[in-house]
Ligand binder design. Structure first.
Ligand code: NAD
Ligand code: ZN
Length: 299
């Protein structure tokens, strides 16, 4: 096998250069994946334009990828989980196994998370090395194109399944790719109403095609009349915040029912002001969400 590979290296703001880099070394617990498809995440765009810092520079970006197993490390081989040629998808988020959260079994809450394409070289390259425990074989009925979006689908799954939504009225603020996927999940698992807000008609139309029974362009429509139209007398039971926008978050707090539960995935650009009175006097439960649940999406 060759010793070097082509990689698109992010060297400075708005600059990516094609370079020849060494193929990464495969550790005993690792798998070497030949990248087939790699998505462009919103965070890749934000790194490219210098809106948020990467953990390392220069760096190969890209963390939403699928590919084929080329080499399996000794331990991973011993476990018999993978063989060369397996079609796989990767959960890029690696945990340390050393911090308190990891030691107590909550590896998704690891204090030292490590992500290729953010802290180390990622998948805008021919090969990536990744711990075997982060790799999943893709069933034959899932195409490569679909497998490449299992990372954001995993984010949507993690958020949408955080609170029980069966028979509930669900409000999703933000119809980006993840908000639209969350609408499909909320519909699939049996929510009563799935209402999605955004300020972008194209994205709202996509949400309407994928599970929302009512979409709301908040530039021209308020939530109160929409709730009345749907026969909702109090407020939303479950909120999925997927915009990172201060206005959307406050609108959600205002529209929640007493005892409502909110899962927060959207990452704001900076500190924001929230009306905490709604949280207190309605007894709202707020849960931050980080990372993805990919395994559930492979069924
Ligand atoms: P995105 O930026 O494509 O979508 C956000 C949407 O919010 C856009 O369509 C935008 O028009 C909409 N929006 C803006 N203002 C609004 C308002 N006032 N009301 C309603 N909608 C409004 O993002 P995405 O890729 O779908 O991801 C969703 C969010 O989740 C982003 O903030 C992203 O950074 C974050 N994220 C978090 C994690 C995590 O682990 N916590 C992982 C991935 C993504
Ligand atoms: Zn840890």
């Amino acid at each position: 096998m060759a010793e070097t590979m082509k990689a698109a290296v992010f060297t400075a703001t708005e600059k990516i250069e094609m370079q020849e880099l060494p193929i990464p070394h495969v550790g005993d617990a690792d798998v070497l994946v030949k990248v087939k498809n790699c998505g462009i995440c919103g965070s890749d765009i934000s790194y490219f334009f210098g809106l948020s810092p990467t953990g390392k520079m220069p760096i190969v970006l890209g963390h939403e990828f699928t590919g084929e197993v080329v080499e399996v490390g000794a331990i991973a081989k011993g476990m018999g989980l993978f063989k060369p040629g397996d079609r796989v998808v990767v959960n890029p988020v690696q945990h340390c196994n050393a911090c308190y959260a990891c030691a107590s079994g909550h590896t998704n809450l690891c204090a030292n998370l490590y992500v290729p394409g953010v802290n180390a070289d990622g998948a805008f390259a021919e090969y990536v090395v990744i711990p075997a425990e982060n790799v999943f074989v893709v069933p034959p009925h899932i195409t490569d194109d679909v497998a490449a979006i299992l990372d954001p689908l995993g984010n949507a799954t993690h958020t949408a399944l955080r609170f029980d939504s069966v028979g509930e009225d669900v409000l999703i603020t933000g119809a980006g790719p993840i908000g639209v996927l969350a609408a499909a999940i909320a519909r699939h698992i049996g929510a009563r109403n799935v209402v999605v807000t955004d300020v972008n008609p194209y994205r709202l139309a996509m949400a309407a095609r994928h599970g929302a029974n009512r979409v709301v362009d908040v530039r021209s429509e308020g939530l109160a009349p929409v709730m009345a139209e749907l026969g909702m007398t109090e407020g939303f039971d479950v909120g999925l915040e997927m915009s990172g926008a201060e206005a959307a978050f406050n609108q959600m707090l205002d529209a929640m029912n007493h005892g409502g539960r909110i899962a927060i995935l959207g990452i704001p650009a900076g500190p924001m002001t929230l009306d905490v009175n709604d949280v207190i006097f309605k007894g709202l439960e707020l849960q931050g969400i980080y990372g993805r649940r990919i395994f559930e999406t492979l069924e």
